[in-house]
Write a protein that binds this ligand. Sequence first.
Ligand SMILES: *Cc1c(COP(=O)(O)O)cnc(C)c1O
Length: 362
Amino acid sequence: MTRKYNFCAGPAALPESVLQRARDEMLDWQGKGLSVMEMSHRSPEFTDIARTAEADLRELLQVPEGYKVLFMQGGASSQFAMVPLNLLGQGGTANYIHTGIWAKKAIAEGRRYGDVHIAASAEDNGLTAVPLSSEIHLSDHAAYLHFTSNETIGGLRYAPTPEVPTSVPLVCDMSSDILSAPLDVSRYGVIYAGAQKNIGPAGITLAIIRDDLLDRFKPETPTMMQYKVFAENDSMYNTPPTFAWYLSGLVFKWLKEDIGGLEAMGALNQRKALKLYAAIDDSDFYTNPIQPAYRSIMNVPFRLADDRLDQCFLAEAEEAGLLNLKGHRSVGGMRASIYNAVPEAAVDALVSFMNDFERRHG
Ligand SMILES: *Cc1c(COP(=O)(O)O)cnc(C)c1O
């Protein structure tokens, strides 16, 4: 068996040791004689798996008192509807910052449920930089301000976190950069993320919500889309995605024990990203359009000087054991997603392949 280096944007690479442990426990979880997939979600065994996963996540992110951690389904795309349904109950205007393709989808969904105001847009900078806090103009009666911390397709990172009055809950789609570095959860009203980039396998969605926001849902909100229902039932109002929850828990353990927490993870991610951007910037052959201060640490899009070489680059990369470097279909070019589980050795291998390819074709 050879595991190759996987730069997929999502579902993305998982830590090898997590997959090994899941394999070892697949048929017989800790001597109980059955697989996690075959357990009742209400059994003491699974309750323990679920509680441990939540406790480890809370420890990693240092989630303060007064926040619920919810494990849901439907992906981040369902959160695009859940946020307005749950936070616009008493009226008010939904405020959004537009930064790219994912923000745009959240905005479009928001418009289905209420008044939307675009408080700032990175379009003013050609989507190569995020707005400054001074450029954010909230509407009257802002029910929340939604932003996307990392535009997975554009490779645009939101930094620093937008400054807003504390009366306006900050809502963030962190699908592609949650757990990539330490985070001050207390600044947020709602944080959400689909799991398949930096948490675990597809099929589970994480949300962290401040307690005082649980009662603002519109009365017609479907039961399964109310944060409150998840909060009051330990995310087990119905059958949760148990195996994905278990695997996410193994990833949290890996982050804590193998990596040493988010401080260490952040430093490692910085190093990986700097190496790759340096390789791009040091060449006349590869380019990345994003202003350096706003470049994503997780998703690095780049173009070749001659796009007629794209197919050749991808074929040779695959030959070299470097998978899934094709850019998103909407933008073309290349994209290397270098999430937590992508080891530094993968970035080293990619950089050396890129240098070699440039020598032969540049
Ligand atoms: C992948 C992604 C989504 C969509 O996630 P799904 O779980 O597929 O719905 C939304 N936002 C961002 C930033 C993403 O990277």
